[in-house]
Design a binder for this molecule. Sequence first.
Ligand code: ZN
Length: 417
Amino acid sequence: MRFGTDILRQADILAAFTEDPPGVTRSYLTPQHRRAGDCIAALMREAGMDASYDALGNVVGRYAADRSGAPVVMTGSHMDSVRNAGRYDGVFGILTAIACVRDLHRRGRRLPFDFEVVAFGDEEGVRFGVTLIGSKAMGGSFDPAWLDAKDAGGTTLREALIAFGGDPDGWRALDRRGKGVVAYVESHIEQGPVLLDEGLPVGVVTAIASGARMRVEVTGLAGHAGTVPMGARQDALAAAAEMVLAVERIASAPGAGGSALVGTVGTIEARPGAINVIPQDVSFTVDVRSGDDVARRRATAVMRDAFGAIAPRRGVKVASDVFYELPAAPCDASLQDALAASVARQGLPVRRLPSGAGHDAMVFPPVCPIAMLFVRCGAGGISHHPDETMTAADAEVATAVFLDFLETWTPPNADDA
Ligand SMILES: [Zn+2]
């Protein structure tokens, strides 16, 4: 096998850089981030690239074009993880690209574009509650207010960047808009069961779903669990429970035009949180995603209306706040076709599918056209979980597809460069 075995072995090595062994937890700007980044930079250099950290702790590898002044093609994925993650989410997209460069370099083959491989320091947003920090800086959508965001220990992003050796004010220079980048193409495990169920190793992504995140606060009245009659209660948790079911019902309703929509209440907290006290304050979060921005906005509004109808009936107050919104990112049609042709040249059927999860690629449309290649994950398609798996054979096929794409795709202005 040319690539697959090595990629899985390298993923195992990176999995050891974790905050809670044997699980994989690697947050932004931690010593584990540093060790993973150093390891990735070493792999990049050994493959024939220049590699260094940028101001935000991303590792950027560059394989120079066959000429000077050539356009730039970017790829990459994230090296951070959720808590208790699998070992391929993010990491695979970095390692497969490095494997392509290693092969090109070994053959002495240069491309008609500078090829940049980025290992993003933060995509999942676990530490500071802001996702895609590294890629947003490159996509031109970094918000300097995030520098004051704090982690659970009270450390700000600004302080953590300085401690890491980064530069909190360096984000401006990372903006790649207008800098000759002609495509961003990311490989990633599917994180779902579609390819697995259809017996296919890879698929071409059509669009990355949009997402909205909402925080909901329900305020009732605490009381003695033994003395307040059932009819006289203002139980914030019972009201919140009804709201959670409303989210499920609204997200399950068929959307206009058959657009798929998903809604999830992932966290809920009740206070004071005692077995013998009626809950007074409840906070929960709602995550709503769709490939269709209009459908997602409509569903979010319907959910907020439902909360507003449930609250007075139960004698509680509710406030909801959409604190994060990211529009859907369609993948470029011609890049999709080029990836599809590379899939077909491996003798495989071409399956196109949307991405329900967010990825670094989704913030690059202001820079350049984007595309994504999905790779099958095993174990029922599970991800963000230690049971996440992929096979060496699939890593092999996906890398062969990506390498074929790199060697056959012609950037739009390569001939004028
Ligand atoms: Zn990922």
